[in-house]
Write a new protein. Structure first.
Length: 371
């Protein structure tokens, strides 16, 4: 608890709100993992003259839980900021707010200094001491405003507000499949990879082309993306959630509550809120430091590494003879084992590498023999 002594009693609610947002992001990540694992694109080689084109003929529909959970997570992050401002004003004035005053409390997101000054002049806000110019909370709010950046539209608070306004008043978050990368899997002489446009992939898009007599496998990386409403640009959905969650938790909340984000440890993001805790100390003891987006990224890293591990071992002469056994063995390794074994293959000496691969093949054979 001493680690978080900067968090006063009247702001302890933020830990549970952050945990709820983290859970929503984690659920989004799991759905996206399962969705992409089933395959998001259907391709067909279409030959035109002397050229073969890898052409999109089908795009899997994104589960509708994804845009809705994304919107819920973003709204939860914004609500957390609103709750902190409200709790701070109530704590500092030392009395219950009138209904009119309560309705006037919010987290502003001003594009200009004039906009912020006008926000402060609201007749029910201007009488509250914490929101008067020069007051600590007022200046903390000022420091977090989008106008503090050279490009206000790129400020995390502006992005968060635009996303949440859109999802509350228009539609759920706009999500779509884009092409992150297309990489030839092997010698690629004569292969032309199309530059992925910054828009959702469409049926008829050509991802790569090659001479008709050349066949090169392609690694295609679809990217589930979210559109920012105010500038209509597309961004990796989980990265957007990651960046905004991190800004709220590591920058905005410490700045609002403690007056700084540099000298205080960030609050823990991961806590099971379906469990009842005896007190706040017990909840903090159960919290974990790794946010949902980082956990999702590690899960993806493990899956890619697991697939790569089996493919690398299958290139060995002994591995080719036992490819099904190798795949079953790789599928049963836990996350830490997969990453450790992939790292052990990073050897420049071919004899050492051969010995390591043979040991893995033998281990896979032993595992298979136990079944």
């Amino acid at each position: 608890m001493d680690h978080y002594s900067w968090l006063p009693d009247h702001q302890q609610h933020v830990v549970y709100s952050l945990a709820h947002a983290d859970d929503l992001i984690a659920r989004t990540g799991r759905i996206l993992h399962d969705f992409t694992a089933r395959g998001t694109l259907e391709l067909k080689n279409v030959t035109v003259g002397n050229t073969t084109r890898a052409t999109v003929i089908g795009v899997a529909p994104i589960p509708q839980a994804v845009p809705r959970l994304t919107a819920d997570a973003l709204n939860q992050l914004r609500s957390t900021l609103e709750h902190v401002v409200y709790a701070e004003v109530v704590h500092q004035v030392g009395r219950a707010l009138t209904p009119q005053e309560a309705r006037s409390i919010e987290m502003p997101a001003a594009a200009t200094t004039d906009d912020f000054d006008q926000w402060l002049k609201h007749r029910h806000r201007s009488n509250l001491a914490p929101l008067q110019p020069g007051a600590a909370l007022c200046e903390r709010l000022r420091d977090l405003q989008p106008f503090q950046r050279r490009e206000p539209e790129q400020h995390p608070l502006r992005i968060l507000v635009e996303h949440t306004n859109w999802s509350k008043h228009r539609t759920p978050s706009v999500a779509a499949t884009l092409i992150g990368a297309v990489i030839p899997d092997g010698p690629a002489e004569g292969v032309l990879v199309s530059t992925a446009p910054n828009r959702p992939v469409e049926i008829g898009d050509v991802l790569a082309s090659s001479p008709a007599d050349v066949r090169v496998p392609l690694d295609i990386w679809p990217e589930i993306s979210i559109q920012r409403p105010h500038c209509e640009s597309w961004h990796n959905l989980l990265h957007e959630l990651r960046d905004l969650e991190q800004w709220v938790r590591e920058v905005a909340l410490p700045a609002l509550i403690a007056g700084t984000s540099r000298d205080v440890p960030p609050l823990p993001p991961h806590l099971d809120t379906t469990v009842g805790y005896r007190d706040f100390h017990a909840a903090l003891a159960a919290a974990r430091p790794t946010p949902a987006a980082a956990r999702a990224a590690r899960d993806l890293q493990v899956e890619v590494a697991r697939d790569g591990l089996a493919r690398i071992i299958a290139l060995h002469p002994e591995g080719k003879k036992n490819i099904d056994v190798i795949k079953r063995w790789a599928a049963e390794l836990n996350a830490d084992e997969v990453l450790q074994k992939v790292e052990s293959l990073q050897l420049p000496d071919l004899r050492q590498l051969d010995a390591v691969v043979r040991a893995m093949i033998a281990d896979a054979g032993k595992t298979s023999g136990k079944q």
